[in-house]
Structures are given as C-alpha cells and as structure tokens.
Design a protein around this ligand. Structure first.
Ligand SMILES: *Cc1c(COP(=O)(O)O)cnc(C)c1O
Length: 384
C-alpha cells in the first residue's frame, strides 16, 4: 500500500473510493456493507444528499475565520446542541473526541479553581474506559496498556472498576473535581453502566461538589435510540462531550457545559484555532436536522432491538443499546470473524478479542440490516 503513512489503527488491505448510504465501494469497484458506520461516525451513511449539499453550499461561502469572530453557523450549531441538552449551558467546539474530553477535564479543574477550591483537582475515571489519545484524555482512559512507553502520565486521575458502587463511594471525595463516565463503554467492549452506578455517581458528585462529565462521543447523537446515552440511565450530567457522529463524518467535537459550570472557561482559558469552523458547524446542523426529519432516532431504537434479537440463538452475549451493539462470542476469535465478514463484503470490527461491534448508519433500512445480519452469521459459522 504505502510506507509513507505512520501507523494509526491497524489497516486492512482495502482502499475505499466512494460510498452511498450504507454501502462502500473499493477502488476495484467491490461493494461492502458498512455495518460499523466508520466507527459510529457516519450516522447518515455515506454521501447523504442533505449533508453533501450543506458542505458544498458552505464551502462556496466561507471555510474559516478563527474564533476571534462569530459566524452564523457556529451560533446556530451551539443553539441546536443546547436545545437538545435541556435548553441552557454553553458549547465549546473543537475537532475531535479527545479534544472534547481535554476541554471537559480542564473545565472541571478550572471550575473548582474559580470557586477557590484550589486543592480540588482529581478526576475519577472508570477501568476499561476510553476517552482519547491525547495526554489528559489518555490519563482518563483507564487501560494501562495504552499508557505503555508514553509516561510519565498526567497525575490526579483516580481509577474505579466499572459498576463498582463501593469503590465509587471511596473514590469521590472533597478532592474530586470531576467524574468522567461513558453511558456504555464503547472501545472498552460495549459495556453498559448500570443505572444504579450512574445514579450513584450523580448523587456523590452533588454531595461532594464534583462535576459529572458524560462522554457521549460514541453513544450520543441518537446512536442508542435516544439523543443521548444518559437518557436511558436517568441522570443529568454537568458536562457532555461529543464527536464521532456529530458532523456525520465531517470531523468536529464539542463540549457542552451546563449553566452551572458554563463560565468556568473564560476567554483564552482554553481555545482552538480551527475548532467550530463554519464548514464543521454546517455539517453539525445538517446532521442534526436529518436525524430529526428522517426519524432516525426511532429507527435506531427499533432496528437495534430487532438486530440484537436476531443473534439470540447464537449463544453469544449481546450488549449495548439501539444501534451500538456488541456481540460477545465467548471465544477469542472476533478478529477472525471480522476478517471473514470483510471477505464477504461486510464491515464490522473486533472491539475486544471476543466481541464484534456493530454500529451501522442510523438510517440503515430493515432490509439492509437483514443482509448484514445474514453475512455476519455466515462469517461466524465459517470461523466456528
Ligand atoms: C472515539 C472516542 C473518543 C475519542 O475520539 P477521537 O475523535 O478519536 O479523538 C473518546 N471517547 C469515546 C467514548 C470514544 O468512543
């Protein structure tokens, strides 16, 4: 392929040229079903007409002005997200998920500092979490294998085992600035938080004066059959981070700060040159509008339940919600299943050694999903 690329994720030897809806076409014209949605990014599938039109239209007007000024697009995108997060608060736009979490962590510490609480700087994070690859987000990613060779790591991060309410009670103290959770751990293997644990996190944050940060980068924007993953858990976060599907495939991240902590970041406390550019914000607006006008959240809820049920007979554990599905085969051959599926023209990924992740576009049809399920079942059978 090429030696000019630094290693990123491990790549399969397939080169994609174009896409349409749930379908991708490689440079030889071979067709694949994207049952992974570009890792939960392409909520509208590929080359969605409304998103494409919005990007073309915006690119003829204005690409960039910097955050020294306003654009109609950044104002409208911030309003649109605030509308979907209870109607108040402020939005910081950036370019990726890891940046959104950096901003959240910095905001939580600065909030405490502004309150004169200068000793309050700890961030409680969960084992098996994934919050990104830059240092702050990586420190909050409690997967020590991902820290190897990159030390020293930033300090002040306190690990808690997933869903361990006793450990959570011990970890959250008067030193805690923030607690960061994913409603369903994505990269950690599609592992849901229990309601009990999530609600206890909310209560303990209130008791001890800490901010609850909800990383909705994978679970947000309708993926789970509701706007936000935390909707299913019955709690309200203080900070929400978004990226992946937010721009429907155009890179953009965002950090929502509730009214309580919206003023923690003052001008130049934290900033970005290109974040929230008009093209990115036009993509956000087009994506949110299409999700709403096409009823895609209801589609994700309905098809998600049905797809999960279609694997019931395999003896696999099916985890997740809506169109974020982890199929735990109970054997460490998920990588082989993924490769067999790819050979059949189906894209899924092995999020852990035993778990295959499905995260198709939210506008996938029942008929397309049926094809995807059939191909995946064939691949599983072949490997077993
Ligand atoms: C993907 C992901 C991130 C990191 O996002 P990037 O855009 O890759 O930096 C952070 N948190 C969660 C939950 C994610 O799924």
């Amino acid at each position: 392929m090429t030696d000019s690329l630094a290693k990123n994720a491990a790549r399969y030897p397939v080169t994609f040229a174009r896409g349409e809806g749930v379908w991708l076409y490689d440079t030889d014209g071979k067709k694949y079903m994207d049952f992974l949605g570009g890792i939960a990014v392409c909520a509208l599938g590929h080359a969605h007409p409304a998103l494409t039109a919005a990007l073309i239209d915006q690119s003829t007007k204005l690409l960039h002005v910097s955050n020294l000024f306003y654009t109609p697009e950044i104002v409208a995108a911030a309003d649109a997200l605030v509308d979907r997060l209870g109607g108040s608060g402020r939005v910081y736009f950036c370019n990726s998920g890891t940046e959104a979490n950096e901003a959240a962590i910095k905001a939580a510490r600065k909030f405490a500092w502004r309150n004169g609480d200068t000793e309050r700087n700890e961030i409680v994070a969960l084992e098996g979490s994934f919050h990104g690859r830059t240092y702050g987000s990586l420190a909050a990613t409690i997967q020590p294998a991902k820290w190897e060779g990159f030390g020293p790591m930033p300090g002040g991060f306190v690990p808690v085992p997933l869903n361990d309410t006793g450990a959570l009670q011990k970890a959250i103290t008067a030193k805690t600035a923030g607690v960061i959770i994913e409603p369903i751990q994505g990269e950690g293997g599609i592992r849901p938080l229990t309601k009990e644990f999530a609600q206890m996190a909310r209560r303990l944050c209130d008791v001890h004066g800490a901010l609850l940060i909800c990383d909705e980068i994978q679970t947000g924007i309708g993926r789970t059959g509701s706007w936000w993953g935390h909707d299913h858990l019955g709690f309200t976060p203080d900070i929400v981070t978004m990226a992946k599907a937010l721009g429907g495939g155009f890179p953009v991240g965002a950090t929502w700060l509730s009214a309580k902590c919206g003023d923690a970041l003052q001008p130049s406390d934290h900033a970005t040159t290109q974040g929230g550019g008009p093209l990115a914000c036009a993509a956000v607006l087009a994506t949110l509008e299409a999700i709403e006008s096409e009823g895609l959240i209801a589609n994700a809820a309905k098809l998600g339940d049905w797809i999960a049920g279609e694997f019931a007979d395999l003896g696999a554990e099916v985890r997740g919600k809506g169109l974020l599905i982890g199929l735990d085969l109970g054997r460490d051959d998920a990588a082989k299943v993924v490769e067999a599926a790819l050979g059949k023209g189906l894209i899924v990924n092995n999020v852990t050694a035993s778990t295959v992740r499905l995260a198709p576009p939210l506008n996938i049809t029942a008929q397309e999903a049926e094809q995807g399920i059939a191909l995946l079942r064939e691949a599983i059978k072949e490997v077993a």
